[in-house]
Write a protein that binds this ligand. Structure first.
Ligand code: FAD
Length: 495
């Protein structure tokens, strides 16, 4: 518990900034607790990164390709239960063919299965020389997986000293265990899912991501747009007010506490507390300069970001390129097993009989797009479009090495770090918010300790990225706002 959140908030009015997965979850939880909640969202539609968009009638995903841990006894499943959102309505379970992800390396292929026991079996078969190291890694992974299923996982999050060993970098642990390059390469993939390099990825985050998907993996039945709308409807059903197409311009303070929120329309919303489900650097721009010590402000501004991505959405002939029920990662590792580049692929059913959707995502440096950083989506000019297309064709060519010549190929859309930056206000198009590296953990800790009464961070920047991390971050924000005692009392039974 932080010194500034020691007392639960007084008053009923809460403004949530941002209607992504994090903001909507926080809004739902607070409405369940009878607060008067207003969510302000700058976009015309709710959802942030979780929202998909349609091109030529085909739904194109952005930030929800697959999700882990949604069964009733698993962390995300329990949180959906508290939120009152029906998992089976939105998702179907992957892995009926025994594969969740196929990692294709130059020299071997590894299939990520459903289930920790099967994972261990496959790791031992793929890396026979790593038997001793796997004893240690699997014991650790099982321990963290077990903790994720305990209610204490939700109730003790604020304590950074629970187990310091969990915060050491995976790279260091694997060096100590002298693992083979092959095992290092396989274990590096979960780190990619939160945008951190294996060498510097805290053990806890690696294991949480891996365990989440090993518990159970799920894909959306319909679309991210529908998922966002289901979250927004649930919020409305509980009496919440969602203001779309309006940006928060200022968080106003009185005597160091949140007092009201000013919108770009000039309207002021009274607020006894504010939940900022947006990027911390964006929050700085909303606060009076004097609200934070210069050193803290500087520390937040200097935080390293996760990298941006480029995404290619293309329709392909459905007969030639059937939907694939697992995800594919094409990865290249160096001699030590560190991944040098990786590309994510999904081929999913399109919206008609003739075409399927091929989605491709890979890292893309902001610096490659910097010369257009002062432009806005749709108005970036010919050179930008040419650059996007050039990169898209190069990625599609690589895809042909896996899927064969792409029949009836049509590029539907290409998004870049600039697209994501403008869609959700994330600096430099950072995909997963601030970098959760071991080297940056202490600096990040201060984000959950903002010295302003009634202001807390939620969503992917609060605790961890991904749908699981974002929603968990919002549960934690609500816990801070209402106090541990009430949080435990309200949710212990379901969590
Ligand atoms: C390409 C990509 C693929 C991904 N794939 C997966 C995946 O397969 N599985 C998974 O679990 N996770 C995935 N993720 C991560 C996941 O999408 C995010 O962690 C999660 O959606 C973040 O939710 P959030 O609410 O924290 O933030 P956001 O979705 O960024 O929401 C923030 C919201 O705040 C709004 N906002 C910002 N500033 C203001 C302001 N001043 N006033 C009002 N509103 C404002 C924004 O418009 C936005 O709607 C992926 C992410 C990306 C980028």
């Amino acid at each position: 518990m932080t010194p500034f959140m020691r007392h639960p908030i007084e008053g009923k009015n809460i403004v949530v900034i941002g209607a992504g997965a994090g903001g909507l979850s926080a809004g739902i939880l607070l409405s369940l607790l009878d607060y008067r909640v207003t969510i302000v969202e700058k976009n015309r539609a709710p959802g942030g990164l979780m929202r998909s968009y349609a091109r030529r009638g085909i739904d194109c995903p952005v930030g929800v390709h697959y999700v882990g841990g949604l069964s009733p006894s698993e962390p995300l499943g329990k949180m959906f239960d508290v939120l009152g959102i029906d998992v089976a309505d939105l998702f179907y379970r992957m892995g009926d063919n025994g594969v969740i992800d196929r990692y294709i390396f130059d020299d071997f292929v590894f299939d990520l299965p459903a289930g920790i026991d099967e994972y261990e079996k496959r790791l031992r078969a793929a890396c026979p020389a790593d038997a001793g190291a796997l004893d240690v890694i699997m014991k650790n992974l099982r321990r963290i997986a077990g903790q994720m299923k305990e209610p204490s996982f939700f109730f003790k999050q604020g304590d950074p000293f629970q187990n310091l060993d969990h915060f050491r970098p995976m790279g260091e642990l694997l060096n100590d265990l002298a693992v083979s390059p092959r095992l290092r390469a396989i274990l590096a993939v979960p780190c990619q899912l939160i945008g951190v390099e294996l060498a510097d990825c805290p053990v806890i985050f690696h294991h949480m991501v891996a365990a989440g998907y090993l518990f159970s993996s799920w894909r959306l039945k319909d679309s991210g747009a529908r998922m966002a709308d289901v979250f927004a409807s649930r919020f409305a059903e509980l009496g919440g007010r969602l203001m779309l197409n309006q940006s928060v311009r200022k968080i106003n303070l009185e005597k160091g506490s949140v007092a009201s929120i000013s919108l770009d329309t000039g309207e002021d919303l009274p607020a006894d507390a504010a939940v900022a489900a947006i990027h911390p650097k964006t929050i700085l721009g909303l606060l009076p300069e004097s609200a934070l010590r210069a050193s803290l402000r500087q520390r937040i501004l200097a935080l390293e970001e996760t990298e941006g991505v480029i995404g290619v959405q293309a329709s392909v002939d459905a007969a030639a390129h059937a939907a694939i029920h697992h995800n594919i990662y094409r990865l290249h590792h160096n001699a030590d097993g560190f991944i040098e580049d990786g590309v994510f692929y999904q081929i999913r059913r399109g919206n008609d009989q003739q075409s399927n959707l091929l989605s491709i995502i890979t890292r893309s440096r902001y610096s490659d797009w910097r010369r257009w950083e002062k432009t806005l989506t749709g108005k970036r000019g010919v050179a930008y479009n040419e650059q996007k297309l050039m990169m898209a064709y190069s990625l599609l060519k690589k895809a042909e090495a896996i899927f064969g010549p792409l029949q009836n190929l049509q590029i539907l859309d290409v998004f870049t770090p600039l697209t994501l930056r403008d869609w959700v206000n994330c600096p430099e198009g950072s995909c997963y918010g601030v970098l959760r590296s071991a080297g940056q953990l202490l600096k990040i800790a201060s984000l959950n300790n903002l010295p302003i009464r009634g202001l807390c961070l939620a969503g992917q920047n609060a605790m961890a990225p991904g749908l699981l991390g974002s929603i968990l971050g919002s549960f934690n924000a609500v816990r801070q706002l209402i106090g541990d005692g009430r949080f435990v009392g309200e949710f212990h039974r379901q969590l």
